[in-house]
Design a protein around this ligand. Structure first.
Ligand SMILES: NC(=O)c1ccc[n+]([C@@H]2O[C@H](COP(=O)([O-])OP(=O)(O)OC[C@H]3O[C@@H](n4cnc5c(N)ncnc54)[C@H](OP(=O)(O)O)[C@@H]3O)[C@@H](O)[C@H]2O)c1
Length: 287
């Protein structure tokens, strides 16, 4: 199988390269392929069986005042990739987000729930999904993920461990619930999907279980050998940000089961391995 990874220098793109290390992989960062350039995309996709798009405009708050730039990368980029993948007979696996939903559900979002994004980033990602499914109905795969953390990125888990090194306590919201997801697990699931006969369409690539950011932080502290009582409860009203966030981001995993594939393991198990393996670092002890 010949893979093309776009956005290969990002947090997920880096772990995907590790997981596909024994395969034939072309890994292109933004300098190697700008996905907003249709001709360059067409040329890059040629000769590959599977394209995995990890490129995105991911600055959620900045997108509120920069929606055109976000749309170019998150909507037109995937459209270019889907058109090229369809033309070259390749599968396209495109990464999307829980932010396509409003977060006002009370049970896990099914894959076919209508999109209702709350913010500009979510709107651009929703448009990207529609383009992929429209341009490449037989070989376009959307994998929605959420709350990802990994070795090669600025992410919530690393930030909490850094703060733990400099602050006696951290205050974290209890009123946003989701599925913390290790990029290594997601990359492994993407490979499974690429190698399977699963039908094109929408899948939810998050670790199983659910928890709030507060629960996640307590678990990070515990796994890193720090006192979880240093994590204090707060709510979203105390942390207002430019882009509204969904309160409930739990995604159903029924699509994997229907396609005969395993679901991803529980987020607490994944976090344990991520920290125990050193992929997510604890801070140096202070004297
Ligand atoms: N982070 C999360 O919690 C989260 C949650 C839900 C879904 N997701 C989705 O998961 C995917 C991977 O996220 P991530 O956290 O790994 O993102 P990331 O670390 O921000 O990586 C994205 C990469 O895309 C590159 N890029 C930006 N514009 C590009 C363009 N026009 N052409 C080619 N490459 C371009 C970026 O390069 P530069 O750095 O040079 O700009 C960056 O290397 C994205 O689709 C994201 O929307 C993430």
């Amino acid at each position: 199988m010949r893979y093309l990874i776009t956005g290969a220098a990002g947090m997920l793109g880096r772990d995907l390269q590790t997981v596909l290390a024994d395969q034939s992989v072309t890994a292109l960062d933004r300098a190697g392929l700008d996905i907003t350039d249709p001709d360059a995309v067409h040329a890059a996709v040629a000769g590959h069986d599977v394209v995995i798009n990890c490129a995105a405009y991911t600055a959620v708050d900045a997108a509120e005042t920069d929606e055109d730039a976000a749309y170019a990368v998150n909507a037109l980029g995937p459209r270019n990739l889907a058109a090229a993948a369809a033309a070259h007979g390749a599968k396209l696996i495109h990464i999307s987000t829980d932010y396509v939903f409003a977060g006002n559900a009370t049970e896990p979002y099914a894959e076919d729930t209508a999109r209702a994004p709350l913010n500009a980033y979510g709107r651009t990602k929703a448009a990207g999904e529609e383009f992929v499914l429209g341009e490449h109905p037989t070989g376009g795969f959307i994998v929605r993920t959420a709350w990802i953390y990994g070795e090669h990125g600025n992410n919530f888990a690393a930030t909490m461990l850094r703060l733990a090194g400099s602050h006696p306590t951290v205050s974290v919201v209890t009123d946003q619930v989701g599925q913390p997801t290790w990029t290594r697990d997601l990359a492994t699931q993407l490979r499974l999907l690429a190698e399977s006969d699963a039908p094109a369409g929408v899948y939810h690539g998050t670790n199983a279980g659910q928890g709030s950011w507060y629960d996640f932080t307590q678990a990070i502290f515990t796994e890193a050998g720090l006192d979880p009582a240093r994590v204090l409860e707060t709510d979203s009203a105390s942390f207002v940000r430019p882009a509204p966030r969904p309160a409930y981001s739990v995604l159903s995993h029924a699509g994997w089961t229907a396609a005969g594939l395993p679901i991803m393991r529980d987020w607490r198990e994944a976090l344990h391995e991520a920290i125990a393996s050193g992929a997510i670092h604890a801070p140096e002890p202070t004297a």
